[in-house]
Design a protein around this ligand. Structure first.
Ligand code: HEC
Length: 103
């Protein structure tokens, strides 16, 4: 049987809308994970660095938040973090800090 396309589209949209409230919390978590993934290239997976770059996994959220804000302001000595930190808002820095503190 051939189902008319508009009916399929409506069904899909309804399914997506039905899922939205349930995933709102998870969306916040994955946003933090997504932001934090840009740090993994240097600081290691989940912030556990295998090399010379300092590990940030498990450091306190307060420490990470303060470090990132100081890097961004240019008041903390840095080679790359000053430039990297400039891309984030206060809210994003807080999400990132909580993410690594939980590792
Ligand atoms: C290009 C590599 C690179 C990337 C990407 C990067 N970092 Fe860094 N990070 C460094 C280096 C190198 C240092 C040491 C300070 C410096 O030289 O800039 C550092 C230092 C830090 C420190 C201070 C650690 C300490 O013990 O003093 C924190 C916190 C930090 N980074 C967090 C982050 C977060 C969060 C991200 C992602 C948003 C990130 N970094 C992305 C390379 C990187």
């Amino acid at each position: 049987m051939r189902i008319p396309t508009p009916l399929v589209a409506t069904g899909t949209l309804a399914a997506v809308l039905a899922l939205l409230p349930a995933t709102a919390g998870a969306g916040q978590v994955s946003r933090a994970a997504m932001l934090a993934s840009s740090c993994a290239g240097c600081h290691g997976t989940d912030g556990a660095s295998p090399g010379a770059i300092p590990s940030i996994a498990g450091k306190s959220a307060t420490f990470i938040e303060r470090a990132l804000k100081e890097f961004r302001a240019g008041t903390r000595p840095a080679t790359v973090m000053d430039r990297h930190a400039k891309g984030y808002t206060d809210e994003e820095i807080e999400l990132i800090a909580e993410f690594f503190a939980s590792k």
